[in-house]
Design a protein around this ligand. Structure first.
Ligand code: ATP
Ligand code: MG
Length: 493
């Protein structure tokens, strides 16, 4: 599959195009060499034959048929290896002179011109089989003359050259294909790095930047431009956030004053209807103040202005405490509320912030799960991580909105009728970030309706405990070890 997607990349296709151009030029070069060597040698053979024919023709003109027969016999006698081939026959193919006995098969016609044939027993040849090339023509008076050359060596040489060309082309194609593949893989890898980083940035890791190699090549330039663009986006976002935080900050004091005045009025008036109305106004003001406070809290967490009070805390205990608070709420909605808490899962963190995060997630699960639904709260160790998970059977969040619910004030359409102002998950995200945690949203029952929601928060587990165990007495260390590996599951409806 990976190979297939590699072949589909534009860089591989570009490499393929270069390969075709390269292979074509290599082919043309080899064809030219072939033509200049093998072609040249064939032409030379033909020239030699023509020269012999010219010599024989002269003899014939001067001394007639007998002269021709004599010179052919002389030449045959002088050439025992039969490099040259002669055959002079009458018009009905009776041999008069020559070093082969019969006319080569298929040429028993009145054909003249060039032929290629095999020297074997069919032409009365005694020696080993060889290839020959000859020219046939009619001498005056119906005599037929064949003059040829043994071209076995030439043919062998041609074959060697052809084999070399075939191998050369094969190797060239294989190397070009491999080179193209490797070259395109290098390019694809760099694009993949950019793609992967972009995807992670889109998933909310806005502080990430695309790595550069420092080679100042076009990829580096692209990465630098994208990074600058990201810097600019972050700067603008910070600006917007700063404005909203400033509004919340500046309005908080007059709002508090207004609320207190309303409360004083509430005490002062004795008309029941007026009291009810003022009471509602106080509640509204409280809600508004709560929102402002939440907004400012998130802002402080994000800028780390509120430096967290990091201590070693037991995640399972913290979750158990929060569950105790929310069990009653779940019971009210007749939801099953189960806990699976592995014991002794320690993390380093701020107790209050973590408690707030856990509460927000359990609160959401109860709020967005209809009556008689089920909720399960899990704490477990996972490799070097500590995992806190809330699974519910509620309305769930569509996939394309899962990434957006961490934005401030973002609420999914169908949950807008329920109370809330879309700040809970922003706070969860800020707290998780401070604890180097990762949050994952997934469907509890994938493909079902409703899908439910599972929120998984994975934070680094506290590892320093081992160092402390070393310093502690042996039994205590053992006790702690046992504690950490046991797990309890409790469930309540
Ligand atoms: P609040 O500020 O009181 O928490 P809220 O619950 O609406 O208000 P968030 O907790 O930030 O805000 O959640 C944002 C949105 O994400 C919710 O409005 C809801 O649409 C969706 N959501 C959160 N948790 C769940 C859940 N467990 N199941 C389904 N939707 C959820
Ligand atoms: Mg909420």
């Amino acid at each position: 599959m990976k190979l297939l997607s590699q072949l589909r990349t534009s860089s591989f296709q570009l490499a393929l195009l270069y390969m075709v151009v390269f292979a074509t030029s290599v082919f043309l070069l080899l064809a030219f060499i072939y033509w200049r060597t093998a072609g040249f040698m064939t032409a030379q053979t033909d020239e030699t034959i023509e020269a012999e024919i010219a010599g024989l023709a002269e003899q014939y003109r001067g001394r007639g048929v007998n002269g021709l027969i004599t010179i052919i016999r002389e030449r045959v006698a002088r050439d025992p290896n039969a490099k040259s081939i002669y055959l002079l026959t009458t018009d009905d193919f009776l041999k008069l002179a020559g070093n082969i006995e019969t006319w080569p098969g298929g040429s028993r016609s009145s054909d003249t011109g060039w032929i290629n044939f095999t020297l074997d027993s069919s032409v009365g040849w005694q020696g080993p089989e060889r290839l020959a090339r000859a020219r046939i023509f009619e001498v005056q008076g119906g005599l037929k003359l064949l003059v040829g050359r043994d071209v076995e060596e030439l043919t062998n040489l041609k074959r060697v050259i052809e084999t070399a060309i075939n191998w050369g082309m094969g190797i060239t194609l294989a190397l070009a294909l491999l080179g193209g593949f490797l070259m395109s893989r290098g390019t694809t890898r760099r694009i993949e790095v950019i793609n992967n980083t972009s995807r992670r940035i889109m998933n909310g890791h806005l502080s990430l930047r695309i790595p550069t190699r420092g080679t100042e090549d076009d990829f580096d330039q692209l990465a630098e431009n994208l990074n600058q663009m990201l810097d600019r986006i972050v700067y603008l976002m910070e600006g917007i956030r700063h404005v909203s935080d400033s509004i919340a900050h500046d309005l908080r004091t007059p709002l508090t004053r207004l609320r207190n005045q309303l409360e004083n009025t509430l005490i002062a008036v004795d008309n029941d209807e007026a009291r009810e109305q003022v009471g509602r106004a106080v509640a509204e003001a409280d809600q508004l103040l709560a929102t402002f406070n939440a907004l400012l809290r998130i802002a402080r967490l994000e800028t780390r202005g509120n430096s967290a009070d990091m201590k070693v805390v037991s995640l399972d205990e913290l979750v158990s405490d929060a569950c105790e608070l929310y069990e009653a709420l779940a019971e009210e909605k007749e939801q099953s509320f189960a806990q699976s808490l592995e014991q002794g899962v320690m993390i380093e963190g701020d107790r209050d912030l973590l408690f707030q995060m856990i509460s927000n997630l359990i609160d959401n699960a109860i709020k967005y799960t209809p009556e008689h639904g089920s909720i399960q709260v899990v704490v477990r160790r996972d490799g070097a991580g500590a995992v806190f998970e809330v699974q519910d059977s509620g309305i769930g969040i569509p996939d394309d909105e899962k990434g957006q619910v961490f934005q401030r004030f973002y609420r999914v359409g169908k949950s807008r009728s329920l109370p809330g102002n879309g700040l809970g998950l922003s706070l969860v995200s800020a707290v998780a970030e401070i604890h180097q945690g990762q949050i994952l949203l997934s469907d509890t029952h994938e493909g079902e309706d409703p899908p439910g929601l599972t929120v998984t928060v994975r934070m680094p587990a506290y590892t320093g405990i081992r160092k402390r165990i070393k310093a502690a007495p042996a039994e205590q260390a053992e006790e702690t070890q046992n504690d950490r590996s046991s797990s309890t599951e409790t469930s309540s409806a």
